[in-house]
Design a protein around this ligand. Structure first.
Ligand SMILES: CCCCCCCCCCCCCC(=O)SCCNC(=O)CCNC(=O)[C@H](O)C(C)(C)COP(=O)(O)OP(=O)(O)OC[C@H]1O[C@@H](n2cnc3c(N)ncnc32)[C@H](O)[C@@H]1OP(=O)(O)O
Length: 207
């Protein structure tokens, strides 16, 4: 999981600068992570006939191409593209925000095949991953540096793979540095999962 950082104009500028420095256009980076999501979904769905040896050779070649570009965390782009709906990362299920305010967030979520647990249901660990992401949007919109202290998830029904789902999150209560939030994931009228979380605003100097 990631720590949250204040989103303000200087931070945004530095993120844009990171991409320019890396020679990555806005559209180019978006297309790359989208292609990577598609690839991961297809890896997950591949049957025994897939040409695994050739793919492994190709993948190894791409890995070797990327290896010299490794940079320290402060200069990385993955997950730092706050101008893109998925932050330019593939670690979490897709979340496309429709609305993000300081008190709530709402959007469309989709679990690709990559997140399958079994029998059409998303992996149980992927559901809180989505909630943490969505709640993170609300906390970030408040301009806070905060971290998840707990995230309790109740699984009400299976979370289906490959469908557009609705996810909603809200701030229920604030007490000093503590933010109590709740979130809900639904498939049409059916609630798939609910979550209660505590985010704690970091003390000055906390890593
Ligand atoms: C443009 C928009 C883009 C949006 C992008 C979105 C990006 C999304 C990115 C994804 C986002 C992902 C985000 C992530 O995933 S963040 C990564 C996952 N989380 C962590 O790694 C956190 C690890 N833990 C810590 O760092 C510390 O323990 C924290 C910072 C949480 C508190 O340590 P700190 O030393 O600061 O505080 P304190 O210990 O004095 O406690 C303070 C108060 O809190 C209460 N308390 C603490 N813990 C618990 C607990 N477990 N249950 C109940 N209560 C708890 C405590 O009793 C006390 O209450 P009170 O006595 O004051 O009443």
């Amino acid at each position: 999981m990631l720590a949250l950082f204040r989103v303000d104009p200087p931070a945004t500028r530095s993120r844009e600068a990171k991409c320019q420095h890396a020679g990555m256009s806005v559209d180019g980076y978006r297309a790359m992570t989208s292609a990577l999501r598609d690839f991961l979904d297809l890896v997950a769905t591949a049957g025994p006939g897939a040409d695994v040896d050739a793919l492994t050779t190709d993948l190894r070649r791409w890995t070797d191409r990327l290896a010299p570009h490794r940079v320290d965390e402060s200069r990385r782009v993955f997950g730092e593209r706050f101008d893109l709906p998925d932050r330019g990362q593939t670690m979490t299920p897709l979340f496309v925000p429709r609305l993000v305010t300081t008190v709530r967030a709402e959007g469309v979520a989709r679990f690709g095949e990559y997140f399958l647990g079994s029998n059409g249901a998303a992996h149980g660990g992927a559901v809180p991953l989505l909630f943490d992401e969505v709640l993170g949007h609300v906390v970030l919109a408040r301009g806070l540096r905060a971290r998840t202290a707990y995230l309790h998830t109740e699984y009400r029904a299976i979370t289906p793979i490959g469908r557009d789902l609705t996810v909603r999150a809200r701030v229920d209560r604030v007490s000093g540095r503590k933010l109590f939030l709740t979130a809900e994931l639904s498939d049409g009228d059916a609630v798939c999962a609910e979550s209660e979380a505590l985010f704690v605003e970091l003390r000055d100097g906390a890593p």
